[in-house]
Design a protein. Structure first.
Length: 70
């Protein structure tokens, strides 16, 4: 399944998964959440990422996780 919000391109950040159309690694969001920061704090620090992109990523991740758990 191809993600609508994650881009993996060897020409962008050496293939690191980033939010589509940005150079912001997905791992940054995960690090913020793991560190106890809010999505609002993440969005403030990375204005090129929209709330819709974060929500779409989290929804896609949930769907993938639940599909694997079955």
């Amino acid at each position: 399944m191809k993600s609508s919000v994650v881009s993996v391109d060897p020409e962008t950040m050496s293939g690191t998964p980033v939010f589509q159309g940005t150079r912001v690694p997905i791992q940054n969001l995960l690090d913020y959440i793991e560190g106890g920061s809010t999505v609002d704090e993440f969005l403030e620090d990375f204005p090129s990422v929209s709330r819709d992109m974060v929500v779409a990523y989290l929804e896609e991740s949930r769907r993938l996780f639940l599909a694997e758990a079955v």
